[in-house]
Design a protein around this ligand. Structure first.
Ligand SMILES: C[S@@+](CC[C@H](N)C(=O)[O-])C[C@H]1O[C@@H](n2cnc3c(N)ncnc32)[C@H](O)[C@@H]1O
Length: 198
């Protein structure tokens, strides 16, 4: 769909994801606060990396679960080690493939992708599989650095415009719901799987 796909960030970048000033720089606290969640929500964090968001979300869904999906086993090992060290236990790791996050069909209330979708080598296949994994009426929150904004100091390959993101989600049959620009550098895009019949 006219977009060049970036390389996958290797697991050696794990420290960068956990850098201490990330919360202040990217207002990750605000991002987590604004997610549409209930205490019993089932959430999939796709491209979870070190679980930076998975564990923060887990605290907001004490009666629910977070499925932390990644294609790098090394990332999932970091998440499992953090669970053993006392981080929230309602996080389950899933080793996905480049085309399929292996979500149980129609099972998830919310899919979150932070700085991950632009790396998917098979975005259409991933998108179709993610849409199947959502419950009817379930949502996708897509977080990407704003491609339209030259002040965001990130290489163009790692950014996305709202127009591009909407085109790639709408082709999957998902409905655009809102675009929030309350984060310093990223779009907060919300899409919804229509209620049945699809
Ligand atoms: C830049 S990191 C972001 C990690 C995390 N979302 C965060 O913001 O801290 C992107 C992650 O997406 C993962 N990834 C890339 N392609 C993927 C795919 N098709 N399915 C699942 N994860 C994928 C990479 O392995 C990497 O851990």
């Amino acid at each position: 769909m006219g977009r060049e796909i970036s390389h996958v960030m290797g697991h050696l970048g794990a420290n960068w994801l956990e850098r201490p000033d990330r919360e202040r720089e990217e207002r990750t606290d605000r991002l987590v606060e604004r997610l549409p969640l209930q205490p019993d929500s089932i959430v999939a964090d796709i491209g979870a990396g070190t679980g930076y968001f998975s564990f923060r979300i887990a605290k907001r869904v004490p009666e629910g679960r977070v499925l932390a999906v990644d294609i790098q086993q090394e990332m999932l090992d970091i998440i499992e080690a953090r669970k053993k060290a006392g981080y929230p236990q309602n996080v389950d790791t899933i080793l996905g493939s480049e085309r399929d996050p292996m979500l149980p069909g129609g099972s998830v209330d919310l899919i979150l992708m932070v700085d991950a979708y632009h790396e998917f080598f098979w975005p259409r296949e991933m998108g179709e599989a993610m849409a199947r994994g959502l419950k009817p009426g379930g949502r996708i929150v897509l977080i990407e650095y704003r491609g339209e904004d030259p002040r965001v100091p990130i290489k163009p390959l790692h950014k996305m415009t709202e127009k591009q993101a909407r085109a790639e989600m709408e082709v999957l049959g998902l409905q655009w719901e809102s675009t929030g620009d309350f984060l310093p550098q990223q779009h907060f895009l919300v899409f919804r799987r229509p209620p049945e019949p699809w």
